[in-house]
Write a protein that binds this ligand. Structure first.
Ligand code: KIV
Ligand code: NA
Length: 269
């Protein structure tokens, strides 16, 4: 199976319509990527790995080196999906030049197809700078977790008229700047629908609308690895429950000396 490309993803939205929605999930490890790859169009190495893998309180402490290590693992584990790596907090905001230095390291050291960064109008110049220099950029607007301190939490965005207008302007700005797609996170549905209709680039929703051109979720959230998940997550499985049951069985057998059994034990010839 040949790997999809960024232009192929972009071409899926023809005349403003994506007939077959784009499927994106997060992946942080090679084996996880391998399992998800056949089902996805895009794999996102999200900075959500800060919370999901490292137990950090937010995405803010995530470093470029962490993103590169996990990005390279996901590229090694996948063959088909377009791999996009999140630019972590602090690695791109200061200037287009700073962003290029970070993004070029991600591209060179992971083999990913592009990067994702948070921000709308304020990041338009940076998005243009990167795309004009050969680095495909996926934008991320609406509820942008790296701005949690400025936003005051993870509540859905766009309920006031001013906020609504700002998010629409952000979407238009990132598309204008050359982003190949845009993640729209945690916004009231009419904003996601309006941007999906207005923009020529694919919109990828998370807590947005089924009418977006694609959807993304944090894989561990979707798998049921966590007790607490945002309202927009649907838990398709109870992997936490499976792991709990499985570890309990193992512990019981070890304590009863029934593991290892004859099948798992070596004997002299
Ligand atoms: O870091 C992440 O996982 C993300 C997605 C939820 C869009 O940015
Ligand atoms: Na992210």
């Amino acid at each position: 199976m040949k790997r999809l490309t960024v232009p192929a993803i972009q071409r899926r939205k023809k005349d403003g319509v994506t007939a077959e929605p784009l499927v994106m999930l997060t992946a942080y490890t090679a084996r996880q990527a391998q399992l998800l790859d056949p089902h996805c169009d895009l794999l996102l190495v999200g900075d959500s790995l800060g919370q999901v893998i490292y137990g950090l309180p937010s995405t803010l402490p995530v470093t470029l080196d962490m993103m590169i290590a996990h990005g390279a693992a996901v590229v090694r584990g996948s063959y088909h999906s377009v791999v996009i790596v999140d630019m972590p907090f602090g690695s791109y905001e200061a200037s287009p030049q700073a962003a290029f230095a970070s993004a070029s390291r991600i591209m060179a050291e992971t083999g990913a197809a592009g990067v994702k960064l948070e921000g709308g109008q304020a990041m338009a110049e940076t998005i243009a700078f990167l795309t004009q220099r050969g680095i495909p950029v996926m934008a991320h607007i609406g509820l942008t977790p790296q701005a949690v301190n400025a936003l005051g939490g993870y509540a859905a965005r766009g309920r006031s008229e001013a906020e609504h207008a700002k998010i629409v302007a952000d979407g238009e700005a990132v598309a204008q700047a050359g982003a190949f797609a845009v993640v729209i996170e945690g916004v009231i549905e009419p904003i996601a629908i309006a941007l999906t209709e207005a923009l020529a680039i694919p919109t990828i929703g998370i807590g947005a609308s089924a009418k977006c051109d694609g959807q993304v979720l944090v894989t561990e959230d979707m798998l049921g690895m966590f007790e607490r998940v945002p309202r927009f997550v649907k838990r398709y499985a109870d992997i936490a429950g499976m792991i709990d049951d499985t570890a309990a069985k193992y512990a019981e057998e070890v304590r009863a000396r029934s593991f290892p059994g004859a099948e798992q034990t070596y004997q002299p010839k």
